[in-house]
Write a protein that binds this ligand. Structure first.
Ligand SMILES: CC(C)(COP(=O)(O)OP(=O)(O)OC[C@H]1O[C@@H](n2cnc3c(N)ncnc32)[C@H](O)[C@@H]1OP(=O)(O)O)[C@@H](O)C(=O)NCCC(=O)NCCS
Length: 339
């Protein structure tokens, strides 16, 4: 894992918007988050830092990697994706690089894609990265406070390799989506939607004959270039889908919640994680949370939490771990692994 040095507390955010440490902690559990260096760090460079550690711990070099899957919603460029930027930065061979755009469930989707390539024997060393630089484009005025207080920057990475051992490594992944609620948690602009989907004026365009729809002065003037979220609607769906997709994973593998050494939920909101814990009747030491320190780092949150849990000795050889995520789309998923 890699997180930027710059710690931003709830008190710090109070300088920019009408909020309070009490409100943020009570609703989300978050005390502080990290922000990348404004110009010195990018989503890719943070991913590279995490990847270097993953490679070192796997005992391999960049030249050994034969596929990259990079999950992010905050890419360095609209295109090309961060995968190729990481490939260039780490001087890797001319291997395939795939970007996954599944927001908070991005890491689970990326892991699942990588798992299929390993299972079919196509690749032997796959680098899976989740990284976000949210701080580049949040609305730091009171208008955007329901979103901006939640998100933080950081990166996590894993190396996936095949094993001959039965019942070891990634046992299963389960993925889902429901696009019915796509606009509930979304960043509409810049985009090509042309106000097509909802009948609402999600973007204002300049008065031009051609073009000038993707990005217009009006969009900037009307603050239409920031993420939007209906927090309570996300919360409601998340507490339904998290337990569902975890149970799907457990049932698929003939396991019970009590068999899990650790559940690592995507760090969306501490209250969501606590609700899931209660619903599945998991003990405190069976659920890993670190949102208090990092906020919601979207595609990076699961690998950051997994790394911390492993470093703290909370995931040891042979132990069962469940990863689960839910987010914008909506998309959600789970993975069960025997470490
Ligand atoms: C965003 C979230 C924390 C908001 O909490 P909530 O209890 O649902 O609060 P609401 O959105 O209903 O807003 C309640 C009030 O707090 C205000 N508020 C919103 N953000 C605030 C902030 N940062 N500080 C202070 N007040 C804030 C609202 O304006 C509203 O004020 P009003 O009652 O005067 O209109 C909560 O809905 C949530 O966590 N949802 C899930 C979000 C999530 O996990 N997103 C990531 C998905 S992966």
């Amino acid at each position: 894992m890699y997180v930027p040095k710059n710690i931003v507390t709830n008190h710090h955010l109070m300088k920019y918007m009408d909020t309070s440490d009490e409100w943020i902690q009570e609703r989300t559990g978050i005390k502080e988050r990290r922000y990348a260096d404004r110009t010195g760090e990018t989503t890719t460079t943070m991913g590279v830092e995490a990847a270097k550690i993953a490679l070192e711990r796997a005992g391999i070099t960049p030249g050994d990697i034969d596929f990259i899957v990079f999950a992010t919603l905050s890419p360095d460029y609209y295109f090309p994706g961060c995968g190729v930027l990481l490939q260039r930065a780490m001087k890797m061979k001319e291997i395939g690089a795939l970007d996954v755009r599944n927001q908070c469930s991005g890491f689970i989707y990326a892991l699942s894609v990588a798992d299929q390539f390993i299972r079919t024997g196509t690749y032997k060393n796959i680098l899976v990265v989740g990284s976000e630089k949210h701080s580049f484009g949040l609305d730091f005025s009171t208008r955007g406070r329901n979103v901006s207080v939640i998100f933080g920057d950081g990166a996590g990475a894993v190396v996936l390799q095949p094993t001959e051992e039965d019942n070891r490594g990634l046992l299963s992944t389960h993925l889902h989506s429901d696009g019915e609620s796509a606009e509930i948690l979304a960043m509409f602009n810049p985009g090509t939607h042309a106000n097509h989907w909802t009948g609402e004026q999600l973007a204002d365009f300049d008065d031009a004959e051609m073009g000038e729809m993707f990005f217009s002065h009006a969009m900037i003037d009307k603050a239409q270039v920031f993420p939007n979220m209906d927090g309570p609607a996300v919360f409601k769906k998340a507490v339904e889908k998290f337990p569902e997709v975890i149970m799907e994973a457990l049932n698929h593998n003939g396991l019970q919640a009590s068999d899990l050494k650790l559940l690592i939920p995507h760090q969306a909101n501490l209250r969501i994680a606590q609700f899931v814990q209660q619903k599945l009747k998991l003990k405190d030491d069976q659920v890993y949370n670190n949102i208090q320190k990092y906020g919601n780092t979207t595609a990076a949150s699961i690998p950051i939490a997994l790394c911390e849990a492993w470093e703290a000795g909370r995931v040891k050889d042979g132990e069962l771990v469940c990863l689960a995520a839910f987010g914008s789309g909506f998309t959600w998923g789970s993975a069960v692994l025997r470490w």
